[in-house]
Design a protein around this ligand. Sequence first.
Ligand code: SAM
Length: 183
Amino acid sequence: MSAYMNETRKIRERMTFLKSLPDYNSDDVKWGTSPGDKDFFEICKNKLKEYPIKTVLDVACGRGEFIETCNKEGFVAYGIDPVNSGNDIYSGTFESLINAQSVPIIDCVTIHNVLHGRGHSKKTILGLFDFLRNHSKYIVITEPDYKKMGLPILTNKFELLHTFSGSHGGKSAIHKLYKVKGI
Ligand SMILES: C[S@@+](CC[C@H](N)C(=O)[O-])C[C@H]1O[C@@H](n2cnc3c(N)ncnc32)[C@H](O)[C@@H]1O
């Protein structure tokens, strides 16, 4: 077996925790899915190639366009979303991820176009930040509205490496790539 195949098989074994994410409450599902910003996904994937990143977990992945983009490029990418399921997409929410067991270190967790959404509680978002802090080396996140949500700024925990501009549903969106401090 080639070194590439061997590495991929090991990553796939570590990511089996996604198959048994805890059940979530349907009240946790805040809004429906919509087409992703494919131009941004392409730019983002190219930027991730500049770093030692192989495993990608796209949280709230919607229709899975970003996972598809990454997998075509040699990453091993998975997604979770409460609404859709397809290739490499598992059923889950932020809440189920926060409560998951046996979570490995993931090279990069991405969260595109969802945190600014309606009604994610402060407890959920802070729990998510803790999940990121403990389980990912890099993150790409659409900038949440810190003031509106009463949140501490992310740079307390993560080192900003790059800022992207993108769009979603006709509105502009700022996405940021961070290195998680200490991982
Ligand atoms: C606006 S879409 C963004 C989809 C994708 N990330 C993109 O950029 O195209 C928001 C996504 O958040 C998902 N979602 C809603 N509530 C969620 C929750 N509590 N945890 C995780 N995902 C959630 C929806 O199912 C939907 O796919």
